[in-house]
Design a protein around this ligand. Sequence first.
Ligand SMILES: NC(=O)c1ccc[n+]([C@@H]2O[C@H](COP(=O)([O-])OP(=O)(O)OC[C@H]3O[C@@H](n4cnc5c(N)ncnc54)[C@H](OP(=O)(O)O)[C@@H]3O)[C@@H](O)[C@H]2O)c1
Length: 270
Amino acid sequence: MSVIDGGTILVTGASSGIGMAIARLVASRAKAVVLVARRVDRLEELKRTLTEARKELRVEVIGCDLSSRDDIAKLVAEVATRGLDIDVLVNNAGIGMMGSFERADAAKTTFMIDLNVTSLTLLTLAFLPGMVERDRGGVLNVSSGFGLGVTPLFAAYIATKHYVTGFTEGLCADLAGTNVVATQICPGPVATEFEQTMGNTTDAKIPAFIEISAEQCARTAVRAFEQGRALVVPGLVMKVVMLLNQLSPRFMRRAFASILGRYARAKKLA
Ligand SMILES: NC(=O)c1ccc[n+]([C@@H]2O[C@H](COP(=O)([O-])OP(=O)(O)OC[C@H]3O[C@@H](n4cnc5c(N)ncnc54)[C@H](OP(=O)(O)O)[C@@H]3O)[C@@H](O)[C@H]2O)c1
């Protein structure tokens, strides 16, 4: 039996996209789900639909701006006050930023680093000790295909996702010999609000054949976690792209990225 069956699962960024899809998926089997994001109205609506579908499910809503360390500390304290032992932490909340880095906004950049890097780290630090003590559960981190490669116009976002990738691999090594799991998913484009929040600086549309749904992404993520896999790339097309990327020597990847970078600059894409 998986830890998701009858477990307590905390999902950050459950108010939309991949996080909401993961919350919906685990809600059919968990004892309790803890929904975290800033838009509490959306979390309350999700809570209503989840509890309507399954009366015995406990759903806790906690509003939190994960870019704020004070808010993170309050979230951790609130989880303890409500008597919740987190079995599975889904570090999903995140934003992207597009554009040449020399024109990046400093406040938005630090907000993204606080959210994508610091909150994921602090939440893991808060809930992992309990998992190790109970010798069950794990962390499911949502990284990105950008966590495995390099492309122009996303320097700081890429860096945050390389952190998630390196951090999760490090956790896997730390947790060897325990029954606690660390899994990361590295999706390519997923149809969510992400692109809209990030602000696409080009006219380019993501080709439909490469984009997957949030539900497909969530299914792959939960399956990989339950199989104890360290890393999974959802979607067949992205699997092939990422495999080719990983097989190419670094100088080739860099050369390809620099061709794209010159093109973007010449076309004034950002
Ligand atoms: N969509 C893609 O193409 C794609 C590809 C690869 C990786 N990813 C990763 O997938 C993860 C989820 O993104 P998504 O695609 O599902 O995008 P999304 O639909 O925009 O969802 C982002 C979630 O993060 C939450 N969030 C944003 N800022 C927050 C803050 N300061 N505090 C708390 N929660 C915050 C949002 O909730 P509130 O606004 O209500 O706070 C929302 O629930 C991200 O880590 C992203 O990097 C996405």
